[in-house]
Design a binder for this molecule. Sequence first.
Ligand code: GDP
Ligand code: IMO
Ligand code: MG
Length: 428
Amino acid sequence: MPVIAVVGAQWGDEGKGKVVDTLAAHADVVVRYNGGNNAGHTIQNEHGTFALHLLPSGIFHPAAQCVIGPGVVVNPDVLLAEAEAVERVGMPTVGRLWLDERAHLIFPHHILMDELEEAARGGAPHGTTKQGIWPVYSDKAARVGIRLGDLFEEAHLAEQLRFIAARKSALFRGVYRHEALEFPSLLATVGRWAERLRPYVTDTHPLIQAALRADRTILLEGQLGVMRDLDWGLYPYVTSSTTLPGGASSGAGIPPYRITRVLGIAKAYTTAVGAGPMPTELDDETGARIRELGAEYGATTRRPRRCGWFDGVAARFAAEVAGFTQLAVMKLDIFDTFETIKIAVAYRLCGRTIQSVPHTAAMARVEPVYEELAGWLAPTQRARRLTDLPVEARVFLRRIEEIVDVPIAMIGVGPGRSDVIFTQEGFP
Ligand code: GDP
Ligand code: IMO
Ligand code: MG
């Protein structure tokens, strides 16, 4: 049975939540492998509409075990609120939601640091989600982080927190001119978390290994997309985790060779939130039209998303780096009323035509080279087979397939769980 990594192919918000919610009907285990509650994975199903920040998007399938892997960073308050929200609609979490004891904890001071550093950038912030993502991953790399498993090692935890309170207080007072971190308040916070998280925290290694041994279907749910990967994205306009399937392997505890499919998720156009280059961005009426029709407002911060045409250069680069075996193209329906649609097939840089993603500073100067295609001017939301789609829509998808050089296995034609076309025999 397959192990499928679901990986964002663009700048995030490609529709990963919907894809995982749809595919999880066939999954035994769903694992979030990177990032934290900077994610906003929107799901629309019979239980309602949810923007999940931490819970794996398989949570609405009671037969699926849901795992937060060691590569994730956890804000317990967000996680517990989310668990309560899904319990309220009748989905059990205790006994099927598992948080790996190796995952790191996001503290209020991480969030504060994120806010203070963004403020310090004045008029040129990076536009982070201000959820404490880089501070917690920095602490992890500096080996001063607190992991979920530490919550239940009281003496060890107190010692770590005393050190953190002293070091961070020096930073807060000296650099940020902010009040100190109080050790008793840190201790009270972790005490509250420990009690409420106890039913969920475990070593997830045996569960994952058992699933692999029994040849179960496993979905690995990524956060964000390749263009914001820490190594391969447009640094420094990136996040602090690995969005690639390599991150799925280490962040979930699955050997790379056990991942049988890498499903890249893209939208029929491009969106981004936060700063940094986005060559196909449309700062005009067309961009605004995509934003309104696609409801392109951040699921986490409600910021209007920057919108533009499908960037074939960036998507092909993502496919190469991440090794997509298949592609899902979401939100095809948003173009139902467009007379013409463009796809970027190359960039112009200093008088030359290039077909790769250059260094970030150069990426800010590239001019996209577009190919224009005819729109289909017909509704697609009810289509369930490729042949239900107008011929112009199929031509558009075929061009994406050629440019990205990956077969399309899934097409999104609406926000709901069943608004999807599967194009390959045997998939899912
Ligand atoms: P994620 O972060 O990758 O899970 O994506 P988001 O949830 O942040 O953003 C995707 C948005 O598009 C959500 O509002 C989804 O409900 C919506 N969506 C996903 N697929 C489709 C689709 O095929 N058609 C339409 N109209 N909406 C979709
Ligand atoms: P999902 O999983 C879109 C963006 C932020 C900022 C940059 C770094 O829903 O696709 P961070 O808070 O991670 O330090 O911010 O990355 N960003 C996202 N953009 N979707 C997301 O998640 C994002 N998570 C972070 O806007 O530009
Ligand atoms: Mg999102």
